[in-house]
Write a protein that binds this ligand. Structure first.
Ligand code: PBG
Length: 330
């Protein structure tokens, strides 16, 4: 006796129209945040060796990239500065300079694009310190928590005054979200959002980023006394819970693909907007696979972005943002 399956899951997969109809999640350009690296000068494009296809741009170039992003439907940029070596110091005080590279870039984008695009600014001291750590250090090189938070508050107010729409603390100090929120409210920045890098791991995937901001060669040791241990998931939920209680509007999980389990758990536990950062090492892995002839870039990029959406993310920070947005728009 022959028995046929009554339920055939392949039925709905048989044609493109049906697959489109049954797809559970979609990714669109509106899901993307594009990280950009800013450098001094005019008309400068400075390619980053370990991030093939990604460059540092001078402020005029950053404005041009912002216009590209608007045209492609990308709603938000994330900015990171390459600070000139002579402006890096033990205490990272350049972060507080109202005319630093970051502030000039924010003002230029806002002047050119207004609210056509959001500007997210990273809060942490590593692009400004001579030792490459995200905060102030003691004589043993330990990153001091509370003293660092005070500087991060100043850095946040500086960025907000320049016109930043979203303040994104990536430093992993305890208590910084409350301190920054309080200061922003006190300075009438009621609608400046905080996207907290809440579950940020001490990861091997940040190497190319450190090249891009020029901190890799300066950094002694690692960031394990403040960034999370990759073995921990329960602790990520505690980090997120605290940052939400302290006033974060949205939370980030970082890196991205290796931590999708964290993203979905955060989404399920709190139901808040969750973002994933597909970091520099993840980008470099895809590009290396493409260069080796082992992968189809477009398909791989779109599949990874879909994976973040499936895991419950509201959006993704990715260096492939412009390319992906153009693919989706095509
Ligand atoms: C700095 C910061 C880092 C990244 C974003 N903000 C590096 C680090 O923590 O060492 C990494 C992003 C990437 O790898 O793409 N606090």
């Amino acid at each position: 006796m022959t028995s046929y399956p009554m339920t055939r899951l392949r039925r709905t997969r048989a044609t493109a129209w049906s697959r489109a109809l049954h797809r559970e999640v979609q990714v669109t350009p509106a899901d993307l945040i594009w990280p950009l690296f800013v450098t001094e000068g005019t008309g400068v494009e400075d390619p980053i060796g370990s991030l093939p296809g990604v460059s540092r741009w001078s402020v005029d170039g950053i404005v041009a990239r912002a216009k590209d992003a608007v045209a492609a439907g990308i709603p938000c940029l994330a900015l990171f500065p390459y600070t000139q070596p002579d402006r890096r110091s033990e205490d990272g005080r350049e972060a507080l300079n109202p005319d630093n590279l970051m502030c000039r870039a924010v003002r230029a984008i806002k002047d050119a694009c207004g609210d056509d695009i959001g500007v997210l600014t990273d809060v942490a001291l590593d692009p400004y310190t001579s030792h490459g750590q995200d905060g102030l250090i003691d004589e043993r090189g330990y990153v001091l928590n509370d003293a660092t938070v005070e500087v991060l508050v100043g850095q946040s107010l500086n960025q907000a005054a320049a016109g930043a729409d979203v303040i994104a603390p990536s430093d992993m100090m305890d208590g910084r979200i409350a301190a920054i929120r309080e200061a922003l409210e006190g300075d009438s920045h009621h609608n400046v959002q905080i996207m907290s890098y809440a579950a940020k791991y001490a990861s091997a995937f940040y190497g190319p980023f450190r090249d891009a901001v020029g901190s890799r060669g300066l950094l002694k040791g690692d960031k394990k006394t403040y960034q999370m241990d990759p073995g921990n998931a329960e602790e990520a939920l505690r980090e997120v819970e605290l940052d939400l209680a302290e006033g974060a509007d949205s939370v980030m999980v970082k890196p991205g693909l290796p931590y999708l389990d964290i993203a979905i758990r955060v989404k399920q536990a709190f139901g808040v907007p969750v973002f994933a950062y597909q970091v520099s090492g993840e980008y470099a892995m895809i590009e290396a696979a493409v260069a080796a002839g082992a992968a189809d870039r477009d398909a791989m990029v779109l599949e990874t972005l879909l994976a973040f959406k499936r895991a419950g993310c509201s959006g993704v920070l990715t260096y492939h943002a412009l390319h992906a947005a153009r693919l989706m728009g095509a």
